[in-house]
Design a protein around this ligand. Structure first.
Ligand SMILES: [Zn+2]
Length: 377
């Protein structure tokens, strides 16, 4: 995901942080700190445990606690995503990474088509893990009294574990909502998919998700609650994306690049002047050409490569001066769904197809969309 950087690896899975996450930590810390007395009362009430407030409200302590609880919350989110990832990996799905972002975590996996028998346990384990974390934190609330003798310090721990316990149980409940992209949406889809074709199961699950989004949105408007409006938007777009993604995977299932690529390909030589390439782009309406030297693919030249140069520089340059050399190449046997994934991951619109280094065709986003349209008939 753009705007993410890696912080480490757990169980061999790269863990990334999105920049929105860095914004939300201080915001959460501030919110927790500014409402600390009210929330401590609430925590005391929920667990029916008295909380000594002497240290909690002292000096900068509300902000320290707010920061610790914010990190604790995201540690809980990370454990939740790790649980999904480990169950997925046991079923043979490749896990690319886990990214923590503003609304929690996202595990990026390579799964062509969801299999209900794999998806059901994989989706359920996340909320179950959050419930477990929540219950462990809640258990620690009751243990604190007998371990920490100082009432002030005890108050700190009771508040912290109590707060994290409640948050993780909310995470559990919220994720079980039967609405994409919540885990509950996946559980519903997997349950339906055991009884009907996957694309129908997805459409029904997505419609339920959109229904929830509309209800949340209306409540958000009536009570002027921006958080509910954001969640409504988040669920609605998630549900729509899931329907489209599955539609594509179903329609493009078993189709190989070789059968849909455009061939022969118009290519350019590395020594061709850049001005000539621009003329070719105008004439052919192609936005990029593979660069071929002695029958071998050596690069790709696209509008974006040309645009990087100023018009004056373009006059003196050849294709080899501006072309991209690290070109993603697929083979005629590559499944089209894989190409689509590569295109969206790398944000490219065309991928050359080569057979043992020799260029045999090119596949564009438009080619794939045309196949989808034809298949939809
Ligand atoms: Zn989850």
């Amino acid at each position: 995901m753009n705007g993410s950087f890696r912080i480490g690896r757990i169980f061999g899975i790269p863990v990334l942080i999105h920049f929105t996450f860095l914004l939300v930590i201080p915001l959460f810390a501030f919110i927790i700190a500014s409402q600390i007395v009210t929330t401590a009362d609430l925590v005391a009430e929920i667990y029916t445990v008295p909380i000594d407030m002497s240290l909690i409200t002292a000096g900068y302590m509300p902000y320290v606690l707010g920061t610790v609880i914010s990190f604790g919350l995201f540690a809980g989110v990370l454990v939740h995503e790790l649980a999904h990832s480990l169950v997925a990996r046991q079923s043979g799905i490749r896990i690319n990474s886990i990214t923590l972002l503003i609304f929690g975590g996202v595990a990026s996996m390579e799964e062509a088509l969801p299999d209900p028998f794999v998806e059901l346990p994989m989706a359920l384990i996340g909320p179950v893990t959050s419930l477990f974390v929540g219950l462990v934190c809640s258990g620690l609330v009751y243990l604190t009294g007998s371990i920490v003798k100082d009432p002030g310090a005890g108050g700190l721990f009771i508040f912290m574990f109590g707060y994290l316990g409640v948050l993780n149980i909310i995470l559990f409940a919220f994720n079980l909502l039967p609405a994409f992209p919540m885990d509950g949406g996946r559980v519903l889809r997997a349950w339906l998919a055991k009884r009907m074709p996957l694309h129908r199961a997805t459409r029904i699950a997505a419609d339920v998700g959109k229904g929830f989004a509309v209800v949340f949105g209306l409540i958000g408007i009536v009570f002027l609650n921006p958080l509910l409006l954001i969640i409504a938007f988040f669920i609605y777009t998630g549900a729509s994306q899931e329907t489209v993604a599955v539609k594509y995977s179903v329609l493009l299932q078993d189709i190989k690049v070789g059968s849909i690529m455009s061939a022969p390909v118009m290519t350019v030589a590395p020594t061709l002047p850049v001005t000539r390439v621009i003329e070719m782009m105008y004439a052919t309406k192609h936005l990029g050409f593979p660069v071929v030297d002695h029958d071998m693919l050596v690069g790709m030249v696209t509008v974006a490569d040309v645009q990087k140069m100023s018009p004056i520089d373009r006059d003196a340059m050849q294709v080899r001066d501006v072309m991209s050399r690290n070109v993603v190449v697929v083979s005629p046997d590559t499944p089209v769904t894989d190409v689509l994934r590569i295109m969206s991951a790398k944000d490219i619109g065309r991928v050359p197809v080569a057979d043992t280094g020799k260029l045999v065709g090119i596949v564009t986003r438009t080619d794939i969309l045309k196949v989808v349209e034809l298949k939809e008939m």
